[in-house]
Write a protein of this length. Sequence first.
Length: 149
Amino acid sequence: MIAVSACLLGYNCRYDGKSKKDFTIIDRLKSEKILPVCPEQLGGLPVPRDPSNLVGGDGFDVLDRKARVINCYGVDNTTAFVDGAYAALNQIKALNIKRCFLKNKSPSCGVGSGAQLHLESNGQAKSESITGVTAALLIREGIEVEGVG
C-alpha cells in the first residue's frame, strides 16, 4: 500500500477547493492499493481555506517549534498543520505504509519544495522552496517520501 496526497488523486481538498489531479502518478500506481491523505484537512482546516506559508524555517523547524505556519491574513495555523501531519503519520503507520507520494509546493506535503515566506533586507516578502510539515515528519519517521508536481 502507498500513501498519496489526496489532491493528486483528484480530491478537491486543496486550499483553493480544487485538486491537482496527476494522471501520470495515477497511472503509475494503478496496480497499487492507495491511501489518499490530506494532512491539512486531517488537521481540521476547511476546504476552501486561506493559503498558508511556512514562516521562519521549513517543516522540520515547525516540528521543532522554531518556525510557524501562517495564513495570508496572519492567522497562525501551526497547530492544525502539526496535528494533520501526525494524523497522516498515524494512518500511514497503522497500514504499515513505507512509501508516499506527496504534492510538491505545499507547506504540508512539499518535498524540498514547500512554500516558505521570509522578508528580504529591503522589506520585500520572498517565497522559497522547502520541505513541508508532513513531509518532514514522515522523513523523520523513516517513511520514503517522493515529491510530485
